[in-house]
Design a protein around this ligand. Structure first.
Ligand SMILES: Nc1ncnc2c1ncn2[C@@H]1O[C@H](COP(=O)(O)OP(=O)(O)O)[C@@H](O)[C@H]1O
Ligand SMILES: [Mg+2]
Length: 307
């Protein structure tokens, strides 16, 4: 790679607060728990970190609260060599928090979007120059849809390719889908986008095209990836066999790796093969960001597979 590809990720950043207890308390009850762990997350921040480890020049656009969590989010991104100059700090709200309680082989999760919900259309608009100077823009749906929509419009006008990872999924307007270069749902998100569960995937792909999508990269967990373009047969890319330890962050790693390859001018086929490998590696370690591989690790893994 001669020049580092410029990847701009516009999305969420959260802190996950995880407590583990023997059982869930009842309303009004106080119990003693066992352990407490903190993890950095949010699909936006995760994808920014993954893309940076894979060798891209990454700018993250997002917002945090003026609290200790916001500081940790920004410090971590900086440590991962992500450009944080356009991360907004909002004094009146908390940072995004996921309160996760694990007990009885199950979990209870409450997400406070906090500052993520305050990323405005105006703020994204003010960063138009940053967006159009990118080789690719990567978005998810954990920030307001108005912010996502304006970012896609700016990128489209500037001829910058856009990857939209539609998570968490909601049905999306045709005008938005038309301007997205690659949409990357997983299998459940695909069903939500098309409002059509239980159908054959080929039917869902046709519906995506009817809704305006050009290129659909559907990730399908341990089955790998199905890729579809209008008027072309669907392509299957089986997942690579690894020992799965923790699949958290697999989708984020996939999206980042795919984006980095497209930004480098690689073909869709090459990008999917590379992203499949990066995502497979990510699940061999515990945690979302901790498991994300570097460019060298992915290249070595691919080389070992071809030997
Ligand atoms: N068990 C697995 N073995 C190998 N690769 C996997 C496995 N699970 C996920 N992956 C890789 O991660 C990608 C994203 O996983 P997926 O579950 O579809 O996303 P999400 O985490 O968004 O649900 C897959 O397309 C595949 O490349
Ligand atoms: Mg999945």
């Amino acid at each position: 790679m001669q020049r580092k590809p410029k990847v701009t990720v516009i999305g969420s950043a959260n802190v996950d607060l995880v407590i583990e207890t023997d059982r869930f308390p009842s309303p009004g009850e106080t119990i003693l728990g066992n352990t407490f762990h903190q993890f950095l997350g949010g699909k936006g921040a995760n994808q920014a970190v993954a893309a940076s480890r894979l060798g891209a020049d990454v700018t993250f656009i997002g917002s945090v609260g003026e609290d200790i969590f916001g500081q940790q989010i920004v410090d971590n991104l900086r440590k991962e060599k992500v450009n944080v100059e356009h991360v907004l700090t909002i004094p009146t709200v908390s940072s995004g928090i996921a309160n996760i309680q694990v007990a009885e082989n199950d979990n209870i999760i409450t997400v406070i979007p906090g500052a993520n919900a305050n990323l405005t259309e105006e703020y994204i608009q003010s960063l138009s120059a940053v967006i159009v100077a990118s080789d690719i823009v990567v978005l998810q749906l954990e920030i307001p849809l108005e912010a996502v929509t304006i970012a896609i419009e700016i990128a489209d006008k500037g001829n910058v390719p856009v990857i939209l990872n539609p998570a968490p999924a909601v049905p999306l307007p045709e005008d938005l889908l038309r301007k997205v270069t690659f949409i990357t749902p997983n299998e459940t998100e695909m069903a939500i986008l098309t409002s059509n569960a239980g159908q054959d995937f080929s039917v869902l792909f046709q519906q995506m095209f009817a809704l305006g999508s050009k290129s659909v990269v559907m990730t399908y967990g341990k089955h790998g990836v199905i890729y579809g373009e209008r008027q072309r047969e669907l392509q299957n890319y089986p997942a690579l066999t690894v020992q799965a330890i923790d699949t958290t962050g697999a989708g984020d790693t996939f999206n980042a790796a795919f984006a980095v390859c497209i930004a480098c001018g690689k073909s869709v086929e090459e990008a999917i093969v590379y992203a499949n490998a990066a995502a497979a590696l990510s699940i061999t370690k515990l945690g979302a960001q901790t498991g994300m591989p570097t460019e060298d690790e992915v290249n070595r893994f691919l080389k070992r597979l071809s030997d």
